[in-house]
Design a protein around this ligand. Structure first.
Ligand code: NAD
Length: 407
């Protein structure tokens, strides 16, 4: 099953549980608009390369559409469609007034110079400038993009529309970004984990944690979970895996990765093949790299009893079923990584207010949104342990309610 098919499978499953009509399901699965653009980039060596960019605007019943921009060689229309749909359900689960969208460019940002990336991003923004905006569709960072990329976009967009910091979130603070945004998705993963543990009367103290992906989400989840008392025993990224059963020194590892751009070779642990990360010995697993990595082929081998989905769509439906039968608690992406879009929402609110919140306030408000969404999710799930089904039911119900009220 492809990532898009898996996303639709989860929608269909919740729709069936809610007894929705085929017409309602069709409406929920159909994006409003799909944009494809071709970008010719003059390379530093004088040659030209053509890159394809996408923006899919899935749904805006609950507010302007919202979702990241991904720069990765695997970006294609199906992936962007799946991610845009997931954003609609995530903003609904988190209870923030947005719809869903997603976009990206099929490119390998590690093979482009900073100047090439900047020109590509500005060309992409030229093509998107009539389709995005603070009241219509607000992009943000995702895999392969960061605050600097968002800064180029706000500058380029503002050339058409006047100074418009609310067009994009995840910007540098000096261009209207929010304190706490960079760490927000990882912090949200921590809050999600704390909520699961506290419901069980348990704590994070000494819990062994394995994290796949050591970019924005993975590295912040590692830092904050270890600060909170957890023991990060294994991490991986594109360069490979690194483990230490006694716990890695996460701050030192972050400094190392800043310099080398990869976890392998760090002296405070033993290198291993990143492929084994998901099945390595741990109590808590945080997939924080990419989609469709937990499959029917490795689900049986997973030793963790709690999975916090930092990445979007990391678990295939087949693996989901195997893990549920094993009694593993899976905290689904549309709640577990919802801290990022929540602080993006706070950033947008600050931009509209032309006012800046302290980091302390941002983190407190994030905690309160995560706690409220957790309570809603648990209430929807009732006796069931299937938090993904509960999340999709909650989200579909909220989106349909808004859709019907606007007819
Ligand atoms: P990033 O580009 O900062 O980091 C991605 C990390 O994953 C890198 O360390 C990379 O080396 C690693 N990686 C890639 N392929 C891998 C593989 N096959 N095995 C192991 N590691 C691999 O991206 P990010 O922003 O941290 O996003 C990661 C995931 O989290 C994506 O699914 C994204 O959609 C999701 N997400 C991100 C945010 C956000 O605020 N950045 C918010 C919500 C969800």
């Amino acid at each position: 099953m492809s990532f898009l098919e898996a996303t639709r499978y989860n929608v269909d499953r919740a729709a069936k549980a809610l007894d929705l009509s085929p017409w309602q399901v069709l409406e929920l699965n159909t994006p409003r608009r799909e944009l494809k653009v071709e970008l010719n980039l003059r390379r530093a060596d004088g040659t030209y390369s053509t890159f394809v960019g996408f923006r899919v605007q899935h749904d805006n019943a609950r507010g302007p559409m919202k979702g990241g921009l991904r720069y990765d060689p695997r970006v294609d229309p199906d992936e962007v469609n799946a991610l845009a749909s997931l954003m609609t359900w995530k903003t609904a689960v988190m209870g923030i007034p947005y719809g869903g969208a997603k976009g990206g460019i099929n490119c390998d940002p590690r093979l482009l110079s900073r100047d090439e990336l900047q020109r590509l991003t500005r060309d992409f923004t030229d093509e998107l400038a009539d389709f995005i905006g603070p009241k219509t569709d607000i992009p943000a960072p995702d895999m392969g993009t960061n605050a600097e990329t968002m800064g180029w976009i706000v500058d380029q967009y503002s050339k058409y529309h006047g100074w418009s910091p609310g067009v994009i979130t995840g910007k540098p603070i000096s261009l209207g970004g929010s304190h706490g945004r960079t760490a927000a998705t990882g912090r949200g993963c921590l809050f999600a984990l704390l909520n699961v543990l506290s419901d069980r009367g348990d704590s994070i103290e000494g819990k062994s944690i394995a994290i796949q992906g050591f970019g924005n989400v993975g590295s912040w989840a590692a830092r904050l979970m270890s600060e909170a008392g957890g023991k990060v025993v294994a991490v991986s990224d594109v360069t490979g895996g690194l483990r230490n059963p006694e716990g890695l020194d996460v701050n030192a590892l972050c400094d190392y990765v800043d310099k080398t751009r990869g976890v392998q070779g760090f002296k405070g642990g033993e290198d291993f093949s990143g492929d084994e990360l998901l099945t390595s010995e741990c109590e808590i697993l945080v997939p924080a790299a990419m989609e469709s990595v937990i499959t029917k082929d490795n689900a049986e081998g997973i030793s963790a009893t709690i999975i916090i989905e930092g990445a979007n769509g990391p678990t295939t439906p087949e693996a989901d079923e195997i893990l549920r039968k094993k009694g593993v608690t899976i905290v689904p992406d549309c709640y577990a990584n919802g801290g990022g879009v929540t602080v993006s929402y706070f950033e947008w609110v600050q931009n509209l207010q032309q006012f800046s919140w302290t980091e302390e306030r941002v983190n407190l408000e994030l905690r309160s949104v995560m706690d409220r969404a957790w309570a809603d999710l648990k209430a929807q799930a009732g006796e069931s342990e299937d938090l993904r089904l509960a999340a999709f039911k909650l989200a579909l119900g909220r989106v349909l309610e808004a859709t019907n009220l606007r007819r």
